[in-house]
Design a protein around this ligand. Structure first.
Ligand code: SF4
Ligand code: SF4
Length: 76
């Protein structure tokens, strides 16, 4: 499966970024909602929109997809 995002639907809330367990491992401050300090994370909100940096690190747990309020991130 592949991680997909649709910036047109994204609200920039950051819930997916915070809820991702892989992001939390790579950048622990992420889990506290302080924002990532590194582009080594799978995805981040940049200029108000979700942006994928390292989708290859995704472990396909589905958490981001489950929490996104507007179906702007999903596994396909
Ligand atoms: S599906 Fe991938 S990007 Fe989404 S929360 Fe899980 S590991 Fe993170
Ligand atoms: S993809 Fe969804 S959960 Fe992630 S920042 Fe955008 S609206 Fe929020």
């Amino acid at each position: 499966m592949e991680l997909k995002v649709d910036q047109d639907r994204c609200l920039g809330c950051g819930v997916c970024v915070v809820s991702c367990p892989v992001n939390a491992r790579i950048s622990p401050e992420n889990a506290g909602g302080a924002g990532s300090k590194t582009t080594e994370t799978i995805m981040m909100v940049e200029n108000g929109f979700i942006k994928l940096f390292s989708p290859d690190k995704c472990e396909e747990c589905g958490t981001c997809q489950m929490f996104c309020p507007c179906d702007a991130i999903w596994l396909e």
